[in-house]
Each structure stands twice: as structure tokens, then as C-alpha cells.
Design a protein around this ligand. Structure first.
Ligand code: AMP
Length: 242
């Protein structure tokens, strides 16, 4: 069997804001040598650079609402067509509506899958479940450094208050981690994103992990789910792609 860095691995992480999608996505992406694709990070980057997309997304994000599907899907299509995504990816924060999920399935079938009749082409969909009070603690305590390292003042504080352990940069509160915006983001999740679990469940593609456990234990559950799907796919199609 190929080693972990040469395997083709495609993963979709589902879960409410604060479930740990970003943390786990980074770990999985490094483990399997595939890009971590976070639509939230892409919008924040566009907003910081003042692009047209960033200007449109910024006000929507500040209200805790979702950016329209068409804008998100175009951005994701361009990203998935980059050469580094050819052998897989970890999607974090996308899809977020049933319409985005339907679009993604069609996109992957058209552009990614060597063998559309085999289940090998479909990403593993992992839902992270977290207790509601734990979510609030994570979101209200979250501090990020501009380079992307994430801390939590209650659960995982930096060694020096408000300073990144890794690069010494000043930690900031994400614009949308303010309490009133957090409420909106959780409401948007309940209304628009939670139905996605049913979409994938009905297709027999959903795996659920307990996101209340410590970070390494959550990663372990995910790796097992990915390995199991990989093993099943290898039996179905020894020569195919992911
Ligand atoms: P996140 O960092 O994933 O929590 O995303 C931050 C914000 O970016 C969200 O609250 C939305 O406004 C926007 N966003 C990110 N991903 C999507 C998506 N797939 N669909 C719509 N809006 C998104």
C-alpha cells in the first residue's frame, strides 16, 4: 500500500462553528499531504486584500450570515482546479448548504473522478458533534494570530497573554467571534447547514465523530474513518483515483 503522503485523500468536514474543523483540517492536511481548503479563510484573505469578492463577503460575514452560493461555488471551483488539489483536499466550511453539496458532487463527478461509477471518487464526509455549551466556550474564547495559529483563552491559552507562542504576533479576536454575531452564525448553521448531514446520511456517506474529546482523540477517529473508506475503495477499484 502507498504511504500516507502519496495516497489520494479527499475529506469534507461538517460541524457547527467552533466544532474544531479548522484545527482538525490542518492536522489531516499535513498528515496526508493535501491542501486544507477553508472557504472562511479564503473570504477573510480576500477581505484583507480588498478584492471585489472580499468587499462583497466582508459585510455578510460581519453579520454572521452565509455568502451566496454562487460566489462560494465559483471560488471553490477555482481552488479545486489548482494542481495541488489534484490528489485530494480537506474541505473546511464547504459545503454549507444542500445546494452547495449538490453542486460539489456534480463538480467532482465532472472534473475529478476517473471512474464515476465507483464510490472511490467520493470524499469522506465527517461530521463533528460538539456539546452546545462547549461550543460557546470555544467561540467566545477563540483568539487567532494573523498567520493562522489558533488559541483559546479558556481551554488552550498561549504562554504569554495575547501573543502567539509560535511567531510572537499579537493575537486578535475574529470579527465574527463577537457574541451577537456568534448567535447569528449558530442560527445559520441550524437552518442551512445542519440539513447537510441528512443529505450525506441518506447517501450512506456520513461518518460522525465525537468533537468533545481532546484534539488527538478526535483526529484518531477521523483517521480511522478515512482509512476504512480507503480500504473499502481499494477493494472496489484497485487502479482508480480517490
Ligand atoms: P468560517 O471561518 O468557516 O466560520 O466562515 C466564516 C464566514 O465566511 C461564515 O460565517 C460565512 O459568512 C462565510 N462562509 C464561509 N464558508 C462559507 C460557505 N461555504 N457558504 C457561505 N458562506 C461561507
Amino acid at each position: 500500500m502507498a504511504d500516507e503522503t502519496s495516497r489520494r485523500v479527499a475529506v469534507i468536514l461538517l460541524g457547527p462553528p467552533g466544532a474544531g474543523k479548522g484545527t482538525q483540517a490542518k492536522l489531516l492536511a499535513a498528515r496526508y499531504g493535501v491542501p486544507h481548503i477553508s472557504t472562511g479563510d479564503m473570504f477573510r484573505d480576500n477581505a484583507a486584500r480588498g478584492t471585489e469578492l472580499g468587499v462583497q463577503a466582508k459585510a455578510i460575514m460581519a453579520r454572521g450570515e452565509l455568502v451566496p452560493d454562487s460566489l462560494v461555488c465559483d471560488m471553490v471551483a477555482a481552488r479545486l482546479r489548482q494542481p495541488d488539489a489534484e490528489h485530494g483536499f480537506v474541505l473546511d466550511g464547504f459545503p454549507r448548504t444542500p445546494a452547495q453539496a449538490g453542486w460539489l458532487d456534480a463538480f467532482l463527478e465532472n472534473e475529478f473522478i476517473d471512474n464515476p461509477s465507483g464510490s472511490k471518487g467520493l470524499p469522506v464526509v465527517i461530521q463533528i458533534s460538539v456539546d452546545y455549551n462547549q461550543l460557546l466556550l470555544r467561540l467566545t474564547g477563540r483568539r487567532s494570530c494573523p498567520a493562522g495559529h489558533i488559541y483559546n483563552i479558556h481551554l488552550q491559552p498561549p504562554r504569554v497573554a495575547d501573543v502567539c507562542d509560535v511567531d510572537g504576533l499579537k493575537l486578535v479576536i475574529r470579527n465574527d467571534d463577537r457574541e451577537e454575531v456568534i448567535r447569528e452564525r449558530l442560527a445559520a448553521y441550524e437552518l442551512q447547514t445542519r440539513p447537510l448531514a441528512d443529505y450525506y446520511w441518506n447517501k450512506g456517506r456520513l461518518v460522525s465523530v465525537n468533537g468533545d474529546l481532546p484534539v488527538p482523540a478526535v483526529t484518531g477517529q477521523m483517521v480511522r474513518a478515512i482509512e476504512q473508506q480507503g480500504a473499502a475503495a481499494e477493494v472496489k477499484n484497485p487502479a482508480g483515483s480517490f
